[in-house]
Design a protein around this ligand. Sequence first.
Ligand SMILES: NC(=O)c1ccc[n+]([C@@H]2O[C@H](COP(=O)([O-])OP(=O)(O)OC[C@H]3O[C@@H](n4cnc5c(N)ncnc54)[C@H](O)[C@@H]3O)[C@@H](O)[C@H]2O)c1
Length: 277
Amino acid sequence: MSFEGRVAVVTGGAAGIGRSIVTKLAAEGASVVIADVDEAGAAALVDAIEPSRGKARFVRTDILVESDIAAMIEHAVQSFGRLDLLFNNAGVPRTIAPDSEIAEMTGEKWRRTLDAHLTSAMFGCHYAIPAMIRAGGGAIVNTSSASALAATLDLSAYSAAKAGLHALTREVAVTYGRDNIRCNAVVPGAVMTERGRATLPPDIIRLFAEETPLPRLASPDNIADVALFLASDAAAMVTGQALLADGGMMAKLPYWLPKMRETRGERFDETTYRANR
Ligand SMILES: NC(=O)c1ccc[n+]([C@@H]2O[C@H](COP(=O)([O-])OP(=O)(O)OC[C@H]3O[C@@H](n4cnc5c(N)ncnc54)[C@H](O)[C@@H]3O)[C@@H](O)[C@H]2O)c1
């Protein structure tokens, strides 16, 4: 998957999945704009990339601010002469984009979370598409979440935003296919980022790993690999898709299956079943 000569913008590129995307793109020869609020993290990443063959620039971008998104695209075109790839990836923490169950929802919480996880991607596409058309085409990859596909109780605005991201992905794909622009979403399950490692209790990390058919959490690199595939020429005929990269988490029928067997007088314990297999 060579990205030689391509110009990319990655939102939330200073940490987590975004940093892996930036690092891998630069290693494959792309020129990358890191669009993030974390100036120190982005500066360290630019320093790490520049001695190698990749090129990287940082533009301070708050994806909650439309004019910042316009400026980030402009910065890429000014710095590197064109725009080929956009990764709408930034994840805004719950302290800034709070969420809750619907009965507890406020207009402010709902709007802020949709702004962070859906409207930002729409404006990313809005400002990137004309530049991509001038470049003869391009590819957009949106980072979604398994929360787009199943309810997550107190993350109702986040779930709705990520589900909306799938609709946005299809709209862009269908509208701009004739301009040679592809648009897809990568859909992670649970990812062991540095933030996740610092904030998730070990019991929860173990539970996620045990419950996932591939019995581990994804690394940021695992998700970046799928994002890069979707952006690459290897996916030249893939557009409008949301590709799960969740270790099979969403492929498994849920908790009630063992209970259903019990109502038929059968005993089913997954741990014993696995041990005796
Ligand atoms: N980590 C997971 O388990 C997981 C699972 C499913 C989906 N996702 C999605 O993956 C994407 C990346 O998440 P992550 O886990 O790598 O997050 P992360 O917290 O590790 O990194 C997020 C990056 O976004 C930046 N950021 C935060 N607010 C911003 C803002 N207002 N403007 C610009 N940049 C901002 C941060 O500074 C950071 O560099 C998100 O869209 C998230 O919803 C993550």
